[in-house]
Ligand binder design. Structure first.
Ligand code: ZN
Length: 349
């Protein structure tokens, strides 16, 4: 694994940070790599780093606060030993910053052929090349903390994959909620949204016209609860346990007696981009309650045959009803999806 963004790629100090806990970048650090972190925080999170720190390439109080704010996003917590965000740039943080910078850079290129314009590291480097930063320092630099005690082994790759998909999963839920709002919410109701929500609720929850509003509110509440799970951040995700009777061949699973964790198997790596977000939404629903189960097979496995047989009274507890509803809103009609290729297909009526 290595860094991929133009901003970070090839920076030995940051490449080491990605790979080794001992190479994390703590407050008090000074250097070119700190300047790059500050740039990323400014570009991605509108961090306001004062000149006293940016010109001096100094990881001072403002930088530390900006790192903390970024990590509270909340998806940058080291799964294995941390439960709260801190102000240190470690493996997970640099991974996330790099991934988001890469997306920014790619998007900038897609819309414009003159290269990323939202930041200009070469300019800041040119200035810094002529500065003598140790003597420019205007404030006390916090002492570098002593070397940390040995840390647990790094999380397996599927947990990094979860980290990279959490924001997309939250965006997917939010987009669904926005459309649902056309039925349960205020007076501004785009007719197309109302028609889509009506059709999706009738398809996946088998509700009558009279039950439409109540069903919409119920599904909205479920999605809000799912959002709450996805906002808990990476701390609830742990590696699947080999041989776990609850695990099987799933991409991810909850224990049949819920224990506040979502177990993620290595197979999660096989999922495509959208497939990962949909699986996270589905698993977050399982996480909420032992009542929330798979009442049928994955509709992609049998073209929805068993899914169609799930009775109305079980629909609201069926994890596939929720994820199929989300997919329906996303695709604007009932579909199945091959989670490993993101290939969407029609369902026979
Ligand atoms: Zn399931």
């Amino acid at each position: 694994m290595s860094l991929h963004s133009k901003l970070f790629k090839g920076d030995a100090r940051l490449e080491a940070c990605l790979l080794h806990d001992s190479a994390h970048v703590p407050p008090g650090t000074v250097g070119n790599h700190v300047s790059k972190i500050q740039t990323a925080l400014a570009v991605l999170n509108d961090a306001d780093i004062p000149n006293t720190e940016s010109v001096n390439m100094q990881y001072g109080v403002a930088t530390a606060n900006a790192v903390l704010a970024y990590k509270q996003e909340p998806n940058i917590i080291n799964f294995s030993y941390q439960t709260r965000a801190d102000n240190i740039v470690g493996k997970m943080t640099i991974f996330s910053l790099d991934r988001e910078m890469l997306l920014k850079e790619v998007n900038a290129r897609a819309s414009c052929n003159c290269g990323p314009s939202e930041y200009s590291p070469s300019v800041s480097h040119a200035i810094l090349a002529f500065s003598t930063w140790p003597t420019l320092s205007t404030g006390p630099v916090a002492p570098v903390p002593p070397v940390s005690p040995p840390l647990p082994p790094p999380p397996p790759p599927q947990l990094f994959a979860v980290l990279g998909s959490l924001r997309g999963a939250r965006d997917l839920v939010q987009a669904t909620l926005n459309v649902l709002e056309s039925v349960v919410g205020g007076s501004m109701q785009p007719a197309a949204d109302v028609a889509l929500v009506t059709q999706a609720l009738q398809t996946h929850y088998l509700c009558t016209a009279a039950e439409l509003a109540a069903t919409a509110r119920s599904v909205r509440d479920k999605l809000n609860a799912v959002m709450g799970v996805l906002k808990k951040g990476s701390g609830i995700f742990v590696p699947g346990v080999p041989g776990d009777p609850d695990g099987g061949s799933a991409y991810a699973y909850s224990r049949s007696v819920r224990d506040g964790k979502i177990y993620v198997n290595p197979e999660f790596m096989n999922l495509a981009k959208f497939g990962r977000t949909l699986v996270l939404v589905h698993e977050a629903f399982h996480f909420l309650s032992e009542d929330n189960q798979d009442m049928c097979r994955n509709p992609d496995n049998d073209a929805g045959k068993s899914y169609r047989l799930v009775t109305k009274n079980l629909r609201e507890r069926n994890a596939y009803s929720l994820s199929q509803f989300v997919l329906h809103i996303h695709e604007k009609s009932e579909k199945t999806i091959d989670l490993e290729t993101d290939t969407v297909a029609n369902l026979a009526p």
